[in-house]
Design a protein around this ligand. Structure first.
Ligand code: BJ8
Length: 423
């Protein structure tokens, strides 16, 4: 047994099954991401971060715990990370992006729920998620029904806190959400045994805003024709953003952005100029899930924007850094997070407008709506997104899929036909 295998065994993982999982993920990564041509040098860090997500990163979290920090597992980008970080609680995203673990969830849960939920549960049930045993608490939210009902079951077994995300954005909802954020603060204080203080929160707001600024800069660079980086690599960066230590992540992303600026000046890109520009809009694609980006870019298009939670929804809008007293800071954090436009909101005018604005800003030729099977929110909202895009003459294609490889052939045909339609 090597050092990591011993660590996984100590965490109670099924080491043999876990090795099988890592093999599948690494083969898929090599096939879809590693095989791309003309990648930036700076992607090496992010490749390694994916590769080490169950190794070095887990080791770091164990060290952090031994030094007195606490770990929370999260499932949604509504969890205000700066509050956790300010009381020495490390948030880590637990969402699953692999088909490998889904059969383990289907032994207990209905088959007809979204693959993201099933994959996440399957990793925990099959003892192949190293983060599950490390976390001191899981933090869920009341977004979609699949998640809400799942939390009730998990809360019977593990230390679980559910944040109440409202369904609308009226004044009464803003108040409710501010209270939910305040309650989250108390939970984090209880968990860590530390009081949240304004000075520390000022620092962590800055850390998270710096991270967002770096991601915004990357998004800006993707506006170039041709973009200096593939959509698949940009997705990998986002996936790493959800699990990496934020200061280190930002430093590496800033270095990569400088390299990308040079590539823009020299006209270096993985794509020829004039390649059809696509925006992906809809559900997140977390680690293990590179399927749609791979299919789109190997069909001859480039993805230049992602209107998803592994895209712009994660980094757009900064927390206002001007308030200096604790309660105003917490409200500023709550207000920033409530600007995230998840399809769980109604009527969600802001999301539709945001898609239109982005489609124009990034000069996209078409939008592919990426819907995970049984995600009713994004699936039904796709009708409004489609109508809005049609009104500005931007063609769209809706893809509803899961994590399996079964539909890869038909999907490839549909994507190719869509790209042909773009001329
Ligand atoms: S803010 S998108 S991260 S909830 S894909 S589990 S919605 S059935 S992941 Fe999400 Fe937060 Fe919204 Fe973003 Fe449910 Fe849909 Fe599955 Fe989803």
């Amino acid at each position: 047994m090597n050092e990591y295998e011993k660590m996984w065994e100590n965490l109670g993982l099924d080491v043999t099954l876990h090795n099988d999982l890592l093999k599948v993920i690494s083969q898929n990564y090599q096939k879809m991401v590693g095989s791309q041509k003309n990648r930036p040098e700076g992607m090496k860090y992010f490749d390694e971060a994916i590769h080490e997500s169950h190794g070095r990163r887990v080791k770091e979290l164990i060290t952090a715990k031994n030094e007195g920090k606490k770990i929370i597992g999260t499932f949604c980008i509504y969890v205000p990370e700066e509050i956790a970080l300010a009381v020495d609680v490390v948030p880590i995203a637990l969402c699953g992006g692999t088909q490998f673990s889904i059969p383990y969830a289907e032994k207990l849960f209905p088959r007809d729920i979204c693959p993201l939920i099933k994959s996440t549960l399957g990793l925990a049930f099959s003892k192949t998620c190293p983060y599950a045993p490390i976390k001191n608490m899981a933090v869920g939210e009341t977004t979609c029904d699949g998640k809400k009902k799942t939390w009730e079951i998990l809360a019977e077994k593990v230390n679980f806190h559910v944040m109440e995300v409202p369904q609308k954005k009226e004044p009464i909802d803003i108040e409710l959400w501010r209270q939910a954020v305040e309650e989250f603060r108390k939970k984090m204080e209880e968990l860590s045994g530390k009081k949240l203080v304004s000075e520390k929160l000022t620092q962590t707001i800055k850390i998270m805003n710096d991270k967002r600024r770096a991601l915004m800069k990357l998004a800006e660079l993707r506006k170039t024709d041709p973009p200096p980086i593939s959509g698949l690599d940009a997705l990998v960066i986002m996936q790493v953003a959800l699990i990496d230590e934020p200061v280190r992540f930002t430093a590496h992303l800033n270095a990569l952005n400088s390299e990308l600026e040079e590539r823009v000046k020299k006209g270096i890109s993985p794509f020829p100029k004039g390649t059809k520009r696509i925006m992906v809009s809809g559900c997140p694609a977390v680690i293990g899930n590179w399927k749609i980006h791979y299919l789109i870019e190997t069909a001859g298009a480039c993805i230049v924007a992602d209107e998803t939670c592994t895209g712009s929804r994660y980094f757009e809008n900064l927390v206002d850094e001007t308030p200096k007293d604790l309660s105003s800071q917490i409200n500023a954090i709550a207000d920033r997070y409530l600007k995230i436009n998840c399809a769980c909101f109604t009527p969600n005018k802001e999301r539709i407008e945001g898609v239109i604005t982005k489609a124009k800003e990034y000069k996209v030729d078409g939008v592919i709506q990426y819907i995970l099977q049984y995600c009713h929110g994004y699936n039904i909202e796709a009708i409004r997104v489609d109508n809005a895009l049609k009104s500005i003459n931007i063609p769209t294609l809706k893809i509803e899929t899961d994590y399996s490889e079964e539909d890869v052939g038909p999907l490839r045909t549909r994507i190719e036909a869509f790209l042909e339609r773009l001329g």
